[in-house]
Design a protein around this ligand. Structure first.
Ligand code: NOJ
Ligand code: MG
Length: 534
């Protein structure tokens, strides 16, 4: 607990590293644990509190680590157990926390459990996965679809049954109705916590339980053939089943066996369903990820509405959180444009609730064009040409103007974006007006001001492209005024800000006193204002 009585994951900031793309240390073109170790200075200078690593477990890499073949090991591509322990120790020495990705919904088809399960129908581990007989015509048992294209059922000729896979056929789903599966997975969590891991981001936690009657999913009315084929059906019987709440509660109780750990759930659901994952009496996930800023159109009134709705929907005591991007979604700078990306940074770092930053967003990295021969993501390979591929947002971190942006001495696994000579950590560190300087200033301000990290959120009415709110705690008060459009605009702040001062602008070039309660914003500008000294 902090001096203010909040836990580290409440007042802190989380930074997501996609390990393949952060820093390569051995010249194989793939980022690794010693590479992360070498770059911890960047995280300390940025001022974040916790690092979440996308999966580093042994994996055939069909889905780049989200196909796990051993839940307690480290893939040799990323390093050794010793290097992992050294990283945990060093992260802690620097006052940071380490969060691992936990992927409980499925394993790799090369996991020994699945290899044993598919050996025969009588295998002791057969029921660790989800098997069904073919339909009378020999086809799949029902209409369930894979998130990565096609049927979710794969026929296993050796045993004459189909197995269910919500993602790739190389990612068979575990049967979470089987208590032995649960215990094995909880033991994996315990083993990482015993080694010092501070918490988990749980992959597709809302998928863990599927309908026990295997009913067909209903047709989605709005779907058209240009869209993601997965959305042809409503996943009514394959996700967010009522019984999943028991699993989340159990998982939380395992987390609570160790002090001060965090459970974060990856959940893409509408607001009211999302809130269920806090659990009855907050006994579920500490933070069900809130992805609304990723999906919403970038309009002031829309965002104002969704922030208010989210604040209003939180269960009593439920801690909010906000996310602008991750390894599955187009980068924020590409979604809203480079100018608005600065406004988005200010929004993320001034809202009430734990922010999660995606590596490279602090430089304004954009989606990178990927030629067909450079595609690595299985989603793009299975469902090509619909813009669903995730390689563009997974390109290597841009450290410097050195060859390959300082990421590797070898051949990078994804291409280095063409703008790396200007857009990189080294260049932006020396530029007082850069995106990195803005991120550092925003993070530093949030860290030093309790009102910004844990204070209350109070909307201020505004119109047009303006989004305005206050953050308040124990006498301290900040106004945040964001212009989400390109046209200059005037903001009238509440009376308390009369004669106040601009504390920070997204343009990093002003700190003047206000005339009255008015602040003039340029296009695509956001400011944080403090009241006049009493
Ligand atoms: C969600 C992960 O974020 C994504 O990258 C992955 O492909 C799927 N879950 C399957 O594990
Ligand atoms: Mg490497």
């Amino acid at each position: 607990m902090h001096k203010t009585g909040t836990a580290w994951w409440q007042h802190g900031i989380v930074y997501q590293i996609y390990p393949r793309s952060f820093q390569d240390s051995d010249g194989d073109g793939i980022g690794d644990l010693p590479g992360i170790m070498d770059r911890l200075d960047h995280l300390v200078e940025l001022g974040v509190d916790a690092v979440w690593l996308s999966p580093i477990y042994p994996s055939p890499m069909a889905d780049f680590g989200y196909d796990v073949a051993d839940f307690t090991g480290i893939d040799p591509i990323f390093g050794t157990q010793e290097q992992f322990d050294a990283l945990v120790a060093e992260v802690h020495r620097r006052g940071l926390k380490l969060i691992l990705d936990f992927v409980p919904n499925h394993t790799s088809d090369r996991h020994p459990w699945f290899e044993e399960a598919r050996r025969s129908r009588d295998s002791a581990r057969r029921d660790w996965y989800i098997w069904r007989d073919p339909a009378p015509d020999g086809g799949p048992p029902n209409n369930w679809l894979s998130n990565f294209g096609g049927s979710a059922w794969e026929f296993d000729a050796g045993t004459g049954q189909y197995y269910y896979h919500a993602f790739l056929k190389e990612q068979p789903d575990l049967n979470w109705r089987n208590p032995a599966v649960r215990e094995a997975m909880y033991d994996a969590l315990r083993s990482w916590m015993a080694r010092g891991v501070d918490g988990f981001r749980v992959d597709v936690i809302w998928h863990l339980i599927k309908d026990d009657q295997f009913r067909n999913n209903p047709i989605s009315p709005g779907w058209t053939p240009g869209m993601d084929p997965f959305h042809r059906l409503v996943p009514l019987y394959t996700a967010d089943r009522p019984e999943v709440q028991d699993v989340v509660r159990e998982m939380r109780s395992v987390i609570d066996e160790y002090d001060d750990r965090v459970l974060i759930g990856e959940i893409y659901l509408p607001l009211e369903r999302l809130m269920a994952y806090y659990g009855v009496d907050l006994a579920g996930a500490h933070m069900p990820f809130n992805f609304q800023l990723i999906d919403a159109p970038w309009h002031a009134r829309t965002l104002e509405g969704l922030i208010g709705d989210y604040e209003g929907a939180l269960p009593p005591g439920g801690w909010p959180n906000w996310v602008l991007g991750n390894h599955d979604k187009p980068r924020i700078a590409s979604r809203v444009g480079p100018a608005q990306a600065r406004v988005a940074a200010m929004l993320l770092l001034t809202l009430r609730g734990t922010p999660t930053l995606y590596y490279g967003d602090e430089l304004g990295m954009e989606n990178s064009p990927i030629r067909p021969d450079q595609v690595r993501d299985p989603f793009e390979k299975n469902v090509p040409g619909k813009g669903l591929g995730r390689d563009p947002q997974r390109t290597p971190m841009q450290w410097s103007a050195a060859p390959n942006a300082g990421f590797t001495t070898g051949r990078p696994w994804l291409p280095i974006p063409g703008n790396f000579r200007e857009v990189n950590v080294e260049a932006q560190s020396g530029d007082a007006g850069s995106m990195l300087s803005l991120y550092r200033a925003l993070v530093a301000l949030r860290r030093s001001e309790a009102a910004l990290s844990i204070g209350s959120y109070e909307p201020v009415s505004a119109d047009g492209d303006l989004l305005v709110f206050q953050r308040v705690s124990a006498g301290d008060r900040f106004a945040v005024a964001l212009n989400l459009g390109p046209t200059p605009a005037r903001v009238d702040l509440p009376d308390r800000f009369a004669g106040g001062r601009v504390r920070l602008s997204t343009h990093l070039d002003r700190s003047e006193a206000l005339r009255g309660t008015t602040v003039e914003l340029r296009g695509d500008e956001g400011v944080i204002v403090v009241p006049a000294a009493p």
